[in-house]
Design a protein around this ligand. Structure first.
Ligand code: NAD
Length: 453
């Protein structure tokens, strides 16, 4: 018995030591330069765009030269952020839905943050790339499959980069688990789970003033995402928002960089949550009680990868439930689960067949980014991860390098959405996932959260 304990202790210490020495990224070369100006523009300064705008204030080298939005109130709120921070107001675009095309041609612009409704993402990213600027694109990048190809083809033609601003890849626990995977704590990875499980009913419907303000309106009379996002639940049945879950696990198994998605199959439950919400809040006679929502309440998609792993992604936004991205990262030696913050590693965990808290592991495998920039990050949104995603975008522009979440990631991760729709429409049959790298995944090397930007 004593030997077993000693061995577990030894294994734990040695695997932790590996994480502490060999795998920590070297931050030296990628240090951001305060005196090398980065000129940013914004398309879409709604709730999310203004989060990003606010976060630029932490980066003294950033100058926001221009902003574009068709909603004058959004423009006013954005200018206020700049003014109150003592910055110059930005040049304004937004006289019509295509005015962004004029903005991206400006000379005083290096990169553009795009935080608009999903259906505008690709036209705006393409215009930005064609104008030779870095596109920083909110999630999901695309709605239709062809749009993934449009992003890739435009990058390959212009050489202008597109970074998917997938902030969850930078979540502190997720980055620590990435360190655990890279240090082989779980052994060879076999299976991953993730998703977007977030009760959005109060976002999908509102009274036209603010989210969570009650009301059951969506479309033109609503506020923020209820203006546009809810219509996707009317028209589409699939995983509408895959990348918050999929991005982090794709990094853990090197998708597009030594590994590849092969095919998926997807299945949707019945969809009753949105109708029930309208009836409960607005009554059976409310006009929106007649709307037929196509989206299933719980959509599950299983992906098979070239190196043999499976990934189960869940989309669940229409039911009462606490928030969870539902991560599970499993290998031949053990697994971590987000729900319950629990971990089990054979011959490392103190008791056989018993979960332990992941707290000590999170501390020991804390990522170098977080160790170094915790204070700066804590002022940004979503627990700090928004700081890191913007930082990497700025760094890529400053160093003129490939962003750590690049156009191939944007294309492949986002394509799961239309492909899951295809699978569901065909009775959950398997659907091939295109290789957007056209074979380059075999030789591309991992760069995310390593020394490369
Ligand atoms: N990564 C995250 O954590 C996170 C969080 C929230 C939202 N998002 C994403 O950010 C994006 C924006 O979401 P949001 O919550 O800010 O929505 P929002 O509706 O509050 O903002 C969108 C803005 O785009 C503007 N817009 C629409 N069409 C335009 C056009 N043609 N030209 C210029 N402006 C236009 C709107 O007027 C609005 O101000 C979405 O893709 C969403 O999925 C990501």
């Amino acid at each position: 018995m004593k030997n077993t304990v000693d061995r577990r202790d030894f294994l734990q210490k040695s695997s932790l030591a590996v994480a502490g020495s060999l795998l920590l990224p070297q931050l030296g070369k990628s240090a951001i330069q305060n005196d090398a100006k980065v000129r940013l523009g914004f398309i879409g300064v709604g709730l999310r765009g203004r989060n990003h705008l606010h976060n630029t204030l932490a980066f003294p080298m950033v100058e926001v030269t221009c902003i574009c939005d068709i909603d004058p109130q959004a423009i006013t709120a954005a200018q206020k952020i700049l003014r109150e921070a003592g910055k110059k107001e930005a040049a304004v675009y937004g006289k019509n839905e295509h005015d962004f095309e004029n903005m991206v041609k400006r000379d005083d612009l290096d990169g553009v943050v795009i935080a608009t409704p999903w259906e505008w993402h690709v036209p705006m990213a393409l215009a930005t790339m064609k104008a030779g600027k870095y596109a920083g694109l909110e999630v999901s990048a695309t709605v239709k499959l062809q749009e993934s190809w449009d992003l890739v083809n435009t990058f390959e033609k212009t050489g202008a980069h597109c970074m998917l601003l997938e902030n969850v890849c930078y979540r502190r626990d997720v980055m620590a688990v990435l360190n655990m995977v890279r240090s082989n704590l779980f052994g060879e990875i076999t299976h991953l789970q993730c998703g977007y499980q977030h009760d959005l009913r109060g976002v999908k419907f509102n009274n036209g003033k603010q989210p969570y303000g009650g009301g059951v309106e969506f479309g033109a009379n609503a506020f923020s995402e209820a203006k546009w996002r809810t219509q996707h639940s009317v028209d589409r049945n699939g995983d509408l928002y895959p990348t918050h879950g999929l991005g982090p696990v794709a990094e853990m198994i090197n998708i597009n960089r030594g590994n590849q998605f092969l095919y998926l199959t997807s299945m949707a439950s019945k969809g009753i949550g949105l109708h029930k919400y309208v009836v409960d809040k607005g009554g059976e006679k409310h006009p929106n009680a007649k709307v037929n929502f196509k989206l299933g309440d719980v959509v599950q998609t299983m992906i098979k990868c070239a190196n043999g792993e499976t990934i189960l992604i869940t989309h669940d936004t229409n039911s009462p439930r606490p928030y969870s991205l539902g991560f599970r990262v499993q290998g031949a030696n053990g697994l971590w689960m987000d729900d319950g913050n629990q971990i089990y590693v054979e011959n490392v965990s103190a008791k056989h067949d018993v979960w332990e808290s992941d707290e000590a592991y999170m501390k020991k495998y804390d990522h170098a980014f977080w160790k170094q920039f915790e204070q700066e990050a804590l002022g940004a949104g979503h627990g700090g991860m928004d700081y890191f995603v913007l930082r990497d975008f700025i760094l890529s522009i400053q160093n003129k390098t490939t962003p750590p979440i690049d156009v191939y990631d944007a294309a492949a991760w986002s394509a799961i959405s239309p492909l899951s729709e295809q699978s569901i429409a065909k009775g959950s049959t398997a659907v091939a996932i295109p290789d957007f790298t056209r074979g380059k995944w075999k030789t591309r090397k991992p760069i995310f959260a390593l020394e490369t930007t």
